[in-house]
Structure formats: structure tokens, C-alpha cells
Design a protein around this ligand. Structure first.
Ligand SMILES: Cc1cc2nc3c(=O)[nH]c(=O)nc-3n(C[C@H](O)[C@H](O)[C@H](O)COP(=O)(O)O)c2cc1C
Length: 400
């Protein structure tokens, strides 16, 4: 069965340069069985023509609210009722701001106000526009009203910058549209995942790190996204492809990870701390390469902040999930860690097991929460992540 069979999808295209990608998106939505109608904002028509979108959608494209012919039968209300889902892609910074303020001064915003259909927004804009607090606040307020957000992706942008702000790939957008109809276990939930190792620099060319590959954290971010969550991944250095549809922030040291977590934690429902964060860092990071001089060399280390207990200790803390990689006494050490850090759930594994743990493709976990536990048997990290996400969302919902 096609993902969008028999679904009426209203695509609202706004004034982002990524609007040039929408004919392809419409074609793919139709390939998945959707009936597609398109509304263009006035700015959008500077980037893509109504004629192209009419040709690929097979339906008349509407642009004006005050269109005498179309509004003879209250066309905007008819469209608002017709839509099973409203997809705003690409969604410009301006449009996101307008929508969050409840504007209804043009055809597309009036439809959004009049419709009861679920709304999915796929932002696309320059990196600074994306990071601007107006954009974050507007999106936060839309998400609180139940609007779903897909992306943006990270990568090179039309303006020459590199970073977050690209429109997600068409297949990711399609998956998110399908999720609107088939809401997964994490629909409407905002999840933050940390992943990978950290690097604690001794001098410009040397650092302390650990063996974490980031695979488990990336798999969790992907699984949470597939389950319908809005996911932000804070990642240490890894060789992994960022999961599609997940917002990624790259950091290097534990302090950078802590700042990134603190900056993004507001309104997060579930915090999954999967990164292998260094407990210590060199007291002094030399600005120049340290030269070999004496026969011994001592390095004084000072503790890094504990990110997970910091988050767990916040007023209105999110549901917190930690990881414990132990070499012995798994249950005792994991439970101690859960209590000491004041977290809701802990997923523990033995690092010296055959073919599991750090850097491997498989893993095996024992998950503890309250007075309960569950063993998730050895399997690929991808499969394990899906099982863990289902368990986390169940326990999270029970905790509400
Ligand atoms: C060449 C060009 C490219 C633009 N690209 C974007 C973009 O990718 N994202 C964005 O938010 N705004 C972008 N803008 C600015 C918007 O077009 C502008 O804010 C407009 O008012 C948005 O209208 P809307 O509310 O219909 O989206 C761009 C402007 C120009 C001239």
C-alpha cells in the first residue's frame, strides 16, 4: 500500500529558495497515492511558478485569498475542510513567525487557522535565520499547539553557509507526512539525544577521548524520529551520517556539549544521554604544541560538569534516560548511577561482552526504571534502538 493512499494533502509553499524543490515533492507525494493541492504565498511565486505546480499536482494552484471566482463557494474554507493534512514546505522564517502569531491575512494562513487537519512544517532558511531566537520561539509555540516539525537538515546552503537550515530530503518529508496519519509512539514528543565521544584537548594536536563510536546514540535519534518525535541530536566527533529528519549540533569537548544541551533543553520532553562524556579535562589546555622535555610528564585533570544530573536537577526537568557502560556488577552500578544522578531510567551494558558495546554494530541492554527492569537481547543497534524507544515512550507516558 502506498504511504499516502487516498489522503488529501494541502501543500503550502512559502518564500524560501528551497521552493524550487517543490515540484519534485509534489510528484513524489502523488506517487505515494496522495491527492495534492498547492497554495503559494506571494513570495513563493518568486521562486517557483504556479504553472509548474499545477502541471505536477494535476490541480489548480491557488494564491490569492480575495479571488472572486474561487471564493464564490468560500474556497479557503473548502480547502481547509478538504485537507487531511497540511504540509508547509519549505517554511520560511517569516512564515513560521506569522503562523505562530495566529495570522490569517492571506490565503494560506487563513486556511491553517480554519482547518482541523494536522500541520507539518519543514523549515528551510539560512543558518543564522534558523538560529535566531525569533525562529526558535515561534517554532516552540507552534509545537506546543501540536504542529509537527520536520528538519531542517544540516549541510551547504544556497547562501554559501554550512549548517542547519536546509530543507529535508523529499523522502524524509514523505515519511513525516505519513507519520501524521500513522502517529508513532513518540508523536508530538520532543526528544534530545547526545551521542559519541568528547575530546578534551591537551594542546592543539593532542586530546583525551574514548572509544565511543556514536552508533547507539545515532540509532536512537533515528528510531525516535521514525516513531514521530521531533529530535535534536547533540553529537561529539563521529564518522556517522546524520540521521535524516533529525536536527544535529556538532560539538567537540564536554563543556561544548554541556552548553549545547543547556541552550536547547527548554521544552524537551525526553532527554537521552547516550554520549560517552569525558569525566575530566586537562586543567590547562596549552595554546601551543607541548614540546618533549622531561622524561616524565604529568597532566592535571579537573572534573567536567555532569550533564545528565544537571538536566535531571532542572525545575520542570524532562524525562531523563542515561546509559551505563560497565565492566562488572552491571545491575548494582547501573542502579547506583540512576539514584545518584536522579534520573528516570538507565540502559546498561557490559562493555567486555563478545561483539557488543563500544564501536560494535550489536548491543545488548538491561534497562532499569523505578523498581522494574527489562532485558533487551543482543541485536543490531538499529533494532535495539527501536525497542528501547518504544520502552522509553511507554514509561515516559506512564510517568505523566
Ligand atoms: C533570493 C532569496 C532567497 C530567500 N530564501 C529564503 C529562505 O530560504 N528562507 C527564508 O526563510 N527566507 C528566505 N528569503 C526571504 C523571504 O523570501 C522573505 O522573508 C519573504 O517575506 C517570505 O515570505 P513568506 O512569508 O511568503 O514565506 C529569501 C529571499 C530572497 C530574495
Amino acid at each position: 500500500m502506498n504511504k499516502l493512499a487516498f489522503k488529501n494533502c494541502l501543500l503550502i509553499v512559502t518564500g524560501s529558495i528551497a521552493a524550487y524543490k517543490t515540484p519534485d515533492i509534489v510528484r513524489r507525494m502523488r506517487d505515494e497515492g496522495a491527492e495534492v493541492r498547492v497554495v503559494l504565498t506571494s513570495a513563493a511565486s518568486e521562486f517557483v511558478t504556479p504553472l509548474v505546480l499545477q502541471a505536477v499536482s494535476g490541480n489548480e494552484v491557488r494564491q490569492d485569498l480575495f479571488d472572486q471566482k474561487a471564493e464564490a463557494g468560500m474556497g479557503h474554507i473548502e480547502l481547509a475542510r478538504w485537507a487531511d493534512a497540511i504540509v508547509i514546505a519549505p517554511a520560511s522564517a517569516d512564515y513560521i513567525a506569522k503562523l505562530s502569531k495566529g495570522a490569517a491575512d492571506d490565503l494560506s494562513t487563513a486556511i491553517c487557522r480554519a482547518s482541523e487537519a494536522p500541520i507539518l512544517i519543514a523549515p528551510a532558511m539560512n543558518l543564522q535565520m534558523w538560529e535566531n531566537s525569533f525562529t526558535k520561539e515561534a517554532l516552540d509555540s507552534l509545537m506546543k499547539k501540536g504542529v509537527c516539525v520536520c528538519g531542517p537538515d544540516s549541510g551547504s546552503q544556497a547562501c554559501g553557509e554550512v549548517g542547519l537550515g536546509r530543507l529535508v530530503e523529499a523522502e524524509v518529508l514523505l515519511e513525516s507526512i505519513a507519520n501524521l496519519f500513522n502517529a508513532g509512539s513518540m508523536a508530538q514528543i520532543r526528544v534530545m539525544v547526545t551521542a559519541g565521544p568528547t575530546r578534551e584537548y591537551i594542546d592543539p594536536v593532542r586530546y583525551l577521548t574514548n572509544q565511543s563510536s556514536g552508533k547507539m546514540g545515532y540509532a536512537l535519534a533515528r528510531a525516535a524520529c521514525e516513531a514521530g518525535a521531533n529530535v535534536i541530536l547533540i553529537s561529539g566527533p563521529t564518522n556517522l551520517e546524520p540521521p535524516k529528519g533529525v536536527g544535529v549540533e556538532y560539538i567537540s569537548s564536554a563543556s561544548e556539549m554541556e552548553s549545547s544541551v543547556v541552550n536547547n533543553i527548554r521544552d524537551i520532553d525526553i532527554f537521552i544521554a547516550c554520549a560517552a562524556v569525558s569525566d575530566y579535562r586537562p586543567e590547562i589546555e596549552s595554546s601551543q604544541k607541548i614540546k618533549k622535555s622531561a622524561s616524565t610528564f604529568s597532566l592535571k585533570l579537573i572534573p567536567n560538569k555532569d550533564i545528565l544530573s544537571g538536566v535531571a536537577g532542572l525545575t520542570n526537568a524532562p524525562f531523563t534516560v542515561g546509559f551505563a557502560a560497565e565492566t562488572e556488577k552491571l545491575e548494582r552500578y547501573a542502579k547506583d548511577k540512576m539514584t545518584k544522578k536522579g534520573i528516570d531510567m538507565i540502559a546498561a551494558n557490559l562493555v567486555d561482552n563478545d561483539g557488543t558495546g563500544f564501536n560494535s554494530d550489536d548491543n545488548e541492554l538491561t534497562v532499569f526504571w523505578r523498581d522494574k527492569s527489562r532485558i533487551l537481547e543482543k541485536q543490531s543497534k538499529e533494532k535495539l534502538a527501536r525497542k528501547l524507544v518504544t520502552l522509553i515512550s511507554k514509561v515516559y507516558r506512564e510517568s505523566l
